[in-house]
Design a protein around this ligand. Structure first.
Ligand SMILES: Cc1cc2nc3c(=O)[nH]c(=O)nc-3n(C[C@H](O)[C@H](O)[C@H](O)COP(=O)(O)OP(=O)(O)OC[C@H]3O[C@@H](n4cnc5c(N)ncnc54)[C@H](O)[C@@H]3O)c2cc1C
Length: 428
């Protein structure tokens, strides 16, 4: 029996968890052993984090626990944070596992034959003073839960004191827009449960440095979304570059001050700072690992990278692919299809990206999007139920990829039943 080939996947998000769950376990006669590493105990689908932060979606129903998933899908799960790679020894280093400030498991090393980095991205504060100290972020399950705790406390305070609560969100991309709308929806649902003053007490402001919101989207989508936001009473401030954050609010480059009791930074995208010094791999100035069309890193073919933590330009003049769920999903599918033949010694075929379009979901207030640039409706504009359905299907197809068709369907059914029988808001 040939010895097994050990594939280590770091980052159990959209790309990494799909790879760990679905990668074939043999390559010819060589068994493949898969280990997944993540610093969190469970994954919540990242495009849903704004709803977890607002409390309009219950995280305990939506998360996939890594230990349970490892048992179901036959991989090994190691909790821990990647903080170093020794490429010559083909070994990576995990920091100590801390719980409540105590080190539960010391620093460890894990050996690999093939390493797949899928550690995602985080908002980019561009070194703006005060952001780390005074702003929340929504890049991970823990951050979304922290923000949710803060929002619930602040809203209760403001209800008790009959005072206003101003919340400023920095970043007019999809994350900022979706979070802003979710907060408005939160106040309306809270009003249904008796907090009738909340919609007028909570003031939500969206601050964007560029001249428009949603610059990565077609203009028609951006305009429709902006009009909808304005109708919801959201204050939109564009052309406003934040140069400092403090406990009172945000200071802009032109000297203006935006007062905010609670501040959320949802601007920019970069790979984690740790990637910049990881085993001397090539990174962009946003700390994303540079990869070629086969998804291998430029300096080490045994290390591949997928999703937001990577930067891939297909074609000489082309811009790198955007950091979206769609790209992460397709890159994972590419490796699931071809990695086992590569382990057998064959070449990896180049990855091709199929753009199915882009969607922005405004919670209960609709969705807008554009279709991909192929097929009958190439580049067409969609809105309303069709766009909402597109958004839902993206999530549900991800769940069925992780859990299988029938179990994914049952989870969908359970969610639908829960939406009728459980409160629509986190009320504890
Ligand atoms: C609020 C919000 C809304 C969004 N909405 C949309 C949308 O509508 N459509 C869309 O296409 N995209 C959307 N996105 C972007 C989308 O979520 C990302 O593009 C996608 O999740 C990237 O997938 P990934 O697999 O690369 O990384 P992720 O899904 O982010 O997973 C990364 C994983 O790596 C782990 N990790 C990170 N660092 C380490 C480390 N050092 N050691 C161990 N583990 C580590 C993390 O815990 C995480 O589990 C949204 C993002 C946010 C924040």
């Amino acid at each position: 029996m040939p010895s097994s080939h050990h594939i280590v996947v770091v980052g159990g998000g959209i790309a990494g968890l799909a790879i760990a769950s679905k990668l074939p376990r043999t390559a010819g006669r060589t068994p493949i052993a898969v280990t997944l590493i993540d610093r969190e105990p469970a994954y919540v689908y990242k495009p849903m984090l704004h709803a977890i932060a607002a409390g309009t979606s219950d995280f305990s129903q939506q998360e996939t626990n890594y230990i349970a998933q490892a048992r179901d899908r036959h991989f090994v799960f190691h909790p821990g944070e990647l903080n170093g790679i020794d490429r010559d020894a083909q070994r990576l280093r995990l920091g100590p596992l801390m719980i409540g400030g105590r080190s539960i498991v010391p620093e460890r090393t894990v050996s690999y034959d093939t390493l797949i980095l899928a550690t995602g991205s985080q908002a980019n504060d561009f070194g703006t003073p005060g952001v780390q100290q005074y702003c929340h972020m929504v890049d991970s399950r823990s951050q979304a839960l922290d923000l949710n705790r803060e929002i619930r406390t602040r809203m209760l305070e403001s209800l008790a004191a009959s005072s206003t609560l101003s919340i400023a969100i920095v970043g007019g991309g999809a994350t900022g827009v979706e979070l802003t709308v979710e907060l408005v929806q939160l106040t309306e649902i809270a009003a249904y449960y008796g907090a009738t003053g909340l919609p007028s007490q909570v003031k939500v402001k969206l601050v964007e440095s560029g001249p428009h919101l949603l610059t990565a989207f077609p203009q028609r989508v951006a305009v429709a979304a902006r009009e909808r936001l304005a109708r919801l009473g959201i204050t939109i401030v564009t052309g406003a570059r934040v140069v400092e954050a403090d406990a009172e609010g945000l200071r802009l480059a032109d000297g203006r001050q935006i007062g905010a009791d609670l501040r959320v930074w949802a601007a920019g995208v970069k790979g984690s700072d740790a990637l910049a010094s990881l085993g001397g791999l090539e990174v962009t100035r946003n700390n994303q690992l540079v990869i070629g069309p086969t998804l291998q890193t430029t300096r080490d073919p045994r290390i591949l990278a997928v999703g937001d933590c990577s930067s891939l330009a297909l074609g000489r003049e082309a811009k790198p692919l955007p950091p979206t769920a769609q790209v992460a999903h397709q890159q994972a599918a590419h490796l699931i299809r071809h990695l086992s033949t590569w382990v057998e010694g064959k070449d990896l075929p180049p990855f091709t990206f199929r753009d199915f379009g882009s969607l922005v979901s405004l919670g209960g207030y609709g969705a807008y999007g554009s279709l991909g640039k192929f097929g009958l409706f190439r580049g067409g504009f969609i809105q309303g139920r069709v766009a909402e359905l597109g958004h839902v299907l993206l999530y549900r197809s991800y769940q069925s990829q992780l859990h299988g068709f029938w179990r994914g369907g049952l989870i969908w059914l359970a969610d639908t039943i829960n939406s009728y029988v459980r409160p629509r808001l986190r009320l504890d």
